[in-house]
Design a protein around this ligand. Structure first.
Ligand code: SAM
Length: 257
């Protein structure tokens, strides 16, 4: 791996299979002038191709050695490299209509998605590679076992599309699990209006925190059965049966009631 020793703590599995690199680049379809940021460029498997097509990109890399290599390979006119933690990064400094691309470290995928979601009004799209199971949860429909907090919180802001599966052999070192490539596009005008984001997040968290409980019991500290019924929600139902729109209606009713 070009003399680099993969660091486990940074979730380093480098993409080496050109077939999948091509498919990823085709799916992203970068164009000159796109405002692209790559999270975790690593040894540059995607970086190189993204810069070729978009002319100039930004990237965030936490590993000092890799950041130094990338700086050496690409000058600042082609690659605006931010050395640091993508979880703490202020994406607003990169401007609007931002396109996020990354083969994400799996150990931080959910917090990173929640962090990115807080910038949704600045984003054009997100294309990321994640553990297959995480992508299944992101894209899950109500009533399925994969449907949970991650599904509702992301689908309240984005259209989520699983694009394709990538096997462990496409990486070095090979991870133990399958990966999937996924696209998230902000809903924009179609996004449901949420009166109080924090309350929405608490309602969703409580509903799935106690998966086996009825909503009457799971949400006992947040609302009573009457409030649920007046929002058109059956208190005897379980959280996993509610659609994203149901959760929004319930949280909005609690915010105003
Ligand atoms: N994009 C490269 C590829 O596809 O071969 C590398 C992918 S590797 C799975 C994840 C990359 O993210 C590594 O380069 C790692 O150092 C970097 N990384 C890990 N945690 C990070 C964080 N919190 N912020 C920014 N980069 C991080």
């Amino acid at each position: 791996m070009q003399g680099h020793r993969a660091r486990k703590r940074f979730g380093q599995n480098f993409l080496v299979d050109t077939h999948y690199i091509d498919r990823i680049i085709d799916a992203v379809a970068p164009r000159p002038g796109d405002n692209l940021v790559e999270i975790g460029p690593g040894l540059g498997a995607l970086t190189h191709r993204l810069i070729e097509r978009a002319t100039r990109i930004a990237a965030i890399e936490i590993d000092r050695d890799l950041a130094a290599r990338l700086r050496e390979t690409w000058g600042p006119t082609r690659l605006a490299l931010h050395e640091g933690d993508a979880l703490a990064f202020d994406y607003a400094v990169l401007g609007e209509n931002l396109r996020v691309v990354g083969n994400l470290p799996y150990n931080i995928s959910s917090p990173l998605l929640f962090h990115l979601a807080s910038f949704d009004s600045l984003l054009r799209d997100i294309h990321v590679m994640l553990q297959r199971e995480v992508v299944a949860r992101m894209a899950a429909a109500p009533g399925t076992s994969d449907y949970g907090r991650l599904s509702v919180m992301l689908q309240a802001k984005f259209a989520v599309a699983r694009l394709f599966i990538i096997p462990p052999g496409a990486f070095q070192p090979a991870p133990k699990v399958d990966s999937a490539f996924v696209r998230l596009v902000p809903l924009g005008a179609a996004r449901p209006a949420i009166t109080d984001e924090r309350l929405f997040s608490r309602v969703v968290g409580a509903a799935f925190g106690q998966r086996r409980k009825t909503l009457r019991n799971a949400l006992v500290t947040l609302c009573d059965a009457d409030a649920m019924q007046s929002a058109g929600i059956d208190p005897a139902a379980r959280g996993e049966t509610l659609s994203v729109a149901d959760f929004v209606r319930l949280a909005n009713a609690l915010a105003t009631g």
